[in-house]
Design a protein around this ligand. Structure first.
Ligand SMILES: [Zn+2]
Length: 302
């Protein structure tokens, strides 16, 4: 298991994560699904997916993330693809492993992505609590067996679903990066997808489960600082990460407007480093050029 990234984080050094996968697939001509979003790329466009991973490694990423954000069993079942669960997820890991084998000239870790993405983007379509828990466990175990180095919980923003996914990830014994998503409502932070749910009350019950890293991700750039401060205020003293959304993907919320340039992201990231962040990357809207700008902070300071 590749653990250099975690040693670096614990030493207070910067570690660079990759950028978006779904948006990059679309940018390279792959249609995403209204039911399972990017999940079928591992089956139908494996060469494109492998090249995206390779481009992030060439740009300087220390960690690349598997395209398994929207491929839990209940999501695939909603599109009649439950029987392909193992094949799709194994191929997603294989694409990342192949990219690392092909182009990595330094230690590169592979993060297995797990989210609480609801079937067809519709939160009313979650399965029973037991089926949901079993699906997170099934995906976490598959990712561990296929050889990922850590698990990345992504877009976690509630206890109801987020704690099930986090517990399943932690049960594997792999290091876990807990990725939380927030937005600003004007008078405080809320869950990214639910402006009626405040962000701060989610933190303690999730942080006390002791993931290896807590990252603010898929969160607008101008909200990241406030969300990081809330994590610290909730008592978190271990490694912190930030990989914001630079432009919202259709189907994952309203458009945020203009893209953030690599230089603008690096400028914001330098401020987060000053606030204690050591894991840097990008989410929706971030491409290899953004990751290269973050790798420059790691390699040359600013
Ligand atoms: Zn995102």
């Amino acid at each position: 298991m590749e653990t250099a990234w975690l040693d670096r984080l614990r030493d207070g050094r910067i570690v660079v994560l990759d950028g978006a996968t779904g948006g990059e697939l679309r940018r390279r001509g792959v249609d995403l699904s209204g039911e399972v979003w990017s999940a079928l790329a591992a089956r139908d466009h494996r060469d494109v997916l492998r090249e995206i991973h390779a481009d992030y490694i060439r740009a300087g990423a220390d960690i690349i993330t598997t395209n398994t954000f929207s491929s839990s069993r209940y999501v695939l079942e909603s599109a009649g693809l439950g029987h392909q669960f193992a094949e799709i997820n194994r191929q997603a890991v294989a694409a990342a492993v192949a990219a690392r084998t092909d182009v990595a000239e330094r230690p590169v870790a592979i993060a297995g992505s797990i989210s609480c993405f609801p079937p067809r983007f519709d939160p009313t379509r979650y399965p029973s609590r037991e089926a949901e828990r079993d699906a997170y466990r099934e995906l976490a175990v598959l990712l561990a067996e296929e050889g990922v180095d850590l698990l990345a919980l992504e877009m976690i923003q509630d206890i109801e679903h987020g704690a099930l996914a986090l517990d399943a990830a932690l049960e594997t014994g792999l290091p876990v990066c807990l990725g939380l998503s927030a937005r600003s409502s004007g008078d405080g932070l809320t869950a990214y997808d639910d402006p009626a749910q405040l962000f701060e009350p989610l933190l303690r019950p999730l942080l006390e489960r002791s993931p290896s890293v807590v990252a603010i991700m898929h969160t607008p750039v101008d909200v990241v600082g406030e969300a990081l401060a809330a994590v610290v205020a909730a008592g978190w003293e271990r490694p912190l990460g930030a990989y914001p959304e630079l432009d919202t993907e259709p189907g994952l919320g309203a458009a945020t407007g203009a893209m953030t340039s690599p230089i603008e992201l690096a400028t914001a990231a330098a401020g987060w480093v000053d606030a204690g962040v050591r894991l840097l990357g990008g989410c929706c809207g971030a491409g290899p050029e953004h990751i290269a700008a973050l790798a420059a902070i790691r390699d040359h300071g600013r």
